[in-house]
Design a protein around this ligand. Structure first.
Ligand SMILES: NC(=O)C1=CN([C@@H]2O[C@H](COP(=O)(O)OP(=O)(O)OC[C@H]3O[C@@H](n4cnc5c(N)ncnc54)[C@H](O)[C@@H]3O)[C@@H](O)[C@H]2O)C=CC1
Ligand SMILES: O=C(O)CCC(=O)C(=O)O
Length: 400
């Protein structure tokens, strides 16, 4: 039995891919083989030695100590694109909420009382306070043209907006998906300076933390709207508040409430709802469940954020998977240890990604525990697993 420790509620569409006869899935479990989670903050949590992989049923992995996992030979999987449409739709809603003052108007309408005539008079009198602007003809700057950013950009084009975008690492696939009407901004500053709406769609990491600060916001058009459906830490919150106070920004729409933003004029907060649709939850859970299963049962790695993609069709051989530092001579030492034990390699795939590498090896016989230990002790080897010979039919549930 494989044991899966869950944090957060995971969609049944994902859980049911982990067959009950082979998987025990629970929020409390001893010696888990894998952890399956959404936004739970894993920083500071002791990850048991038994854990072989971690699956994030979503995209952002800033809640996971990825570097520690890499050093321990633990692949971290996510679900690229699995929730992108859900986020896109909420971003469009966010632009409309801000442009048409919908939240304030909603509060006003709910506060009305009296007979129909009184209400009608109050409506006609009060509505002028909520007159807004249209999206058509306005400029949207999209920072980060990945799965979400491209969808937001294309949807905004279809609403009649002028869209400019910036992504220093735009992939060829995303470029193909992007509407030809989206123009390329010279950089972040250029995007901000030219936009009526600025939408952030990039990961939170060392490079992007507090990327949107005072200097950049000073260049914004007066009354611009900033939308943040990425992560709170990408903006420097005091600078955003100052820009709102000065009228430089007319609204800050964020999926990440903080105490400093609560109740502040011009701030529209949603409770991290971007990916909370039945469809997105199903997509993400199914994708990571398949990836975890394929790793535990076949040693294959797909959609990992820290290890290379390595997939090898399952044959008759006995399989081991080895994660190691990406330094010369590791594979030769591993194969020497196997050869000295009279084991014959049938197939071998070795791939690297940055500082780390992963090797899948099919052998003519099972690797005895003493040989596994010997491989484990090779300097730079981070994890070694024997992968029992039960070919899995894990298939991708969702193709982005
Ligand atoms: N509110 C919510 O519920 C959700 C939030 N997210 C957040 O949105 C982020 C983006 O999601 P996806 O589009 O699916 O990810 P993605 O990985 O497909 O795209 C991210 C893009 O950002 C670009 N990028 C990285 N650094 C950049 C920089 N300095 N300037 C401009 N672009 C930069 C990358 O090149 C990449 O194309 C996630 O990392 C996550 O933090 C994602 C899903 C749901
Ligand atoms: O699981 C969730 O609701 C959060 C989604 C998210 O923020 C992400 O996928 O990065």
């Amino acid at each position: 039995m494989y044991k899966i420790l869950t944090y957060n509620n995971i969609s049944v569409a994902g859980l049911e891919r982990l067959a009950r006869d082979r998987y025990e899935v629970a929020s409390e479990i001893q010696h888990p083989d894998a952890i399956l989670l959404r936004s739970f903050d894993l920083h500071g949590v002791a990850i048991p030695d038994s854990v072989r992989c971690i699956g994030r049923a979503g995209v952002g992995v800033n809640n996971i100590p990825v570097e520690e996992c890499s050093r321990r030979g633990i692949p971290v999987f996510n679900a690229p694109g699995g929730n992108a449409n859900a986020v896109k739709e909420l971003v469009i809603a966010g632009m409309l909420l801000a442009a048409r003052h919908i939240c304030e108007a909603w509060d006003f309408a709910r506060s009305l009382s009296g007979d129909d005539e009184t209400v009608s008079r109050a409506v006609e009198q009060g509505k002028k306070r909520f007159a807004g602007t249209e999206l058509a003809g306005k400029t949207l700057g999209v920072l980060g043209l990945g799965a979400v950013g491209v969808r937001v950009a294309n949807a905004a084009v279809s609403l009649g907006m002028n869209v400019i975008g910036f992504d220093p690492a735009l992939t060829v696939d995303r470029a193909w998906e992007l509407s030809a009407s989206v123009s390329r901004a010279a950089g972040i500053d250029d995007s901000i300076a030219r936009s009526d709406f600025i939408s952030l769609h990039l990961p939170l990491n060392g490079e992007t933390r507090h990327m949107i600060g005072a200097a950049r916001l000073e260049a914004a058009k007066k009354g611009a709207v900033l939308l943040n459906f990425s992560r709170a830490g990408i903006v420097d919150e005091p600078s955003v508040c100052a820009a709102l106070d000065e009228g430089r920004l007319s609204a800050y729409v964020s999926d990440f409430p903080t105490s400093g933003l609560m109740g502040r004029k011009g701030v529209l907060l949603l409770p991290h709802l971007g990916a909370s649709t039945a469809e997105a939850e199903d997509n993400c859970a199914a994708m990571v469940a398949d990836q975890i299963r394929d790793f535990l049962e076949n040693g294959n790695i797909r959609n990992s954020v820290n290890y290379p993609t390595v997939e090898m069709p399952r044959g008759e051989g006995h399989r081991i998977g080895v994660a190691n530092e990406n330094v010369p001579n590791r594979v030769s030492q591993i194969s020497a240890a196997l050869g000295e034990a009279n084991l014959n390699i049938l197939e071998l795939v070795n791939k690297s990604r940055g500082e780390y590498a992963y090797t899948l090896i099919d052998l003519n016989a099972e690797v005895p525990p003493t040989v596994m230990d010997r491989i484990r002790k090779i300097p730079g080897v981070l994890s070694v697993h024997s992968i029992s010979n039960h070919p899995s039919s894990a298939t991708a549930a969702f193709q982005d």
